[in-house]
Design a protein around this ligand. Sequence first.
Ligand code: FAD
Ligand code: NAP
Ligand code: SF4
Length: 677
Amino acid sequence: MAVHNKYPILFSPLDLGFTKIKNRALMGSMHTGLEEIENGFERMAAYFAERARGGVGMIITGGIAPNAEGGMGAKLSNAEEVEQHRLVTDAVHAADPETKICMQILHMGPLARNDSPVAPSAIRSRIASKTPRELDEAGIEKQIADMVNCAVCAQKAGYDGVEMIGSAGYLLSTFLVEKTNQRTDKWGGSYENRMRFPVEVMRRIREAVGPNFILIFRIAAMDMLQGGMSRDEIIELAKKIENVGVNIISTHFTWHEAAVPTIATMVPRAAFTQVTGRLRKELNIPMITSNRINMPEVAEEVLRRGDADIVSMARPMLADADLVNKAFEGREDEINTCIACNQACLDHTFNGMEVSCLVNPRACHETILNYEPTEAQKKIAVVGAGPAGLAYAEVAARRGHSVTIYDAAPEIGGQFNLAKRIPGKEEFYETIRYFNKMIEKRGIELHLNTKATTDMLERAGYDKVIVATGISPRIPDVEGITHPKVISYIDAITGVKPVGKTVAIMGAGGIGFDVAENIMHAGKSAALDVDIFAREWGIDFENHPRGGVTGVEPVVARADRDVTLLQRKTSPVGRGLGKTTGWTHRISLARRGVKMINGVEYLKVDDDGLHLRISDQYEILDVDTIIVCAGQLPLRTLYDELIERGVDAELVGGAYEAMELDAKRAINQASYLAAAV
Ligand code: FAD
Ligand code: NAP
Ligand code: SF4
């Protein structure tokens, strides 16, 4: 096989002896919610098959429980369930017989969302809703037997292997640490005893499935817990797992209850792979690494450094099913890059919703949202090159319509041009790069620095005008709001107006938080530097104290400012932020000394500052600058004029509805509309 000139390691096969994986790109396990819904397996088959056609070497499915106690609803334990899974394995192997697909076995243990979660000891996790039942000896044997049966069923269903999750605070990992395992029998006490359960599970699975079936064990290579596992304990476990016939060890870097972000967009790319690299030196079997590896050059660099043998990209495969083929063919600038926002994937999982992707609404909706070639080409104008207008234009042009974009700004991207300036949101540049490339590839005509007017659009004779003009910032009805101390979030982020040393931020939504982060930040963005990130979150990658964090104090760089973030609601400040990322923003601002106050009433602004009422107390915040982040209103003047003139016009994105608008909704709405035009 010829060596790929740009990604020689990524595109080299991995020989496991009895089988070969065609390249080093793995689609990591993600729960999609499809497992539990009607026609879910048909949809999953289409979703995975599309990724197999996209060139990925191996796929790991979302977690499937071995039994009812295991916890996620979807389980695999009998012949009927085997047949459902056949749909998935057949579809993947038909799409590309060389692509491997392994099923993840997930026993959630104390984190299981059911009536009777089980665990080594009856100790409730900080993030669980119930105290688990302590397993007795027979119960332990049952769990092992069920996991073995699950692996055998996966083999019967046509999977090439299974991945066992032995990390994250799920059942296997809770046997390993004293905090969750206080048993005194042979399954607890000494570390030798605490390792027994995961090792025994893997030993018996190997015995049952024979030698020619891929076995992967997912280990917490650094669990990010105060008092968590030591490096030596992890090495010892990994060696034992290797010795019972596991083919590959995959690394995870956290328990779900840990207070360190490991995949959010503020985490530098490939920040954690060095941990896999250190463990890899101790073992003889291939290793998988993961977390924030979203572009092929990052993957190749991780492999070149010797951090791993295989690179797992999970969310990036939601964002772009063809990522691997695009890399192979040198079309990297066409990759729709995962921006690690979690908004349509993990946040949906934790809210019990179907998973999709902010930048790719087709993800997990492959049988529902399709971009078929049009039979009746239309001449379409799209006014506004924010996420909504861009998504509409791309899909419509891809389908064969003739599309022209107008934007008053000098560059495409709309509000993403503000978002990308926030430290920790640098990935938003990638979405703008992607759309610039798509404009070129799809032959879309682009007019920048051009404010579209009704006359102009009417004269050009478009069949349809898409009004994606976005929003205008809301100006609260407060006395003195035009005082020179008051500036908009746009002026604050772009630096058009200076921000003083003492600041009040009116409004604590996503933008209020981003503005606070922006003005309290000092030095290089932690998202661009692993050492700064490690300092800010109190991680010691070098010495690996217990959990990687024990005794390590976070040290943040902060601007010399005094900032107060305000909201009228009485709910905790930041409650409306993303389910899986909001806590990181709250911690980040608190560590930078930002004061957060809820339940305020804005009374007036004058030379003395911002006058407030907080719980019947009057207060004046004597600040230099007041930044307004009080939500947004739709910008629809153009639309109203077009409709009045009888032009076929349609609203999309913020122009359609500004309330609770985000890019996820803007892109989703635009994509569905353009798929139907
Ligand atoms: P916009 O992005 O506002 O684009 C509208 C475009 O229309 C602009 O480019 C404007 O120049 C153009 N325009 C207006 N009138 C005319 C005219 N007459 N002629 C020509 N052009 C015109 N969302 C998320 O989902 N996640 C985030 O993490 C996130 N972070 C954010 C951070 C910041 C700092 C900001 C400001 C926003 C953030 N958002 C985020 C919100 C997200 O950017 C918006 O929801 C999204 O941009 C809305 O898309 P849109 O296309 O409807 O409008
Ligand atoms: P937002 O989330 O709706 O927040 C607006 C804030 O302004 C709220 O704190 C609101 O709270 C306050 N407010 C509303 N009306 C007001 C009024 N009349 N007077 C004073 N205060 C008022 O909107 P946003 O912060 O402008 O963000 C826009 C969108 O971008 C959001 O929907 C968000 O999803 C998206 N975004 C997302 C992220 C992310 O990280 N996911 C980041 C940035 C932006 P009170 O009414 O309680 O004061
Ligand atoms: Fe990545 Fe965001 Fe899409 Fe999730 S929703 S896959 S984090 S871009």
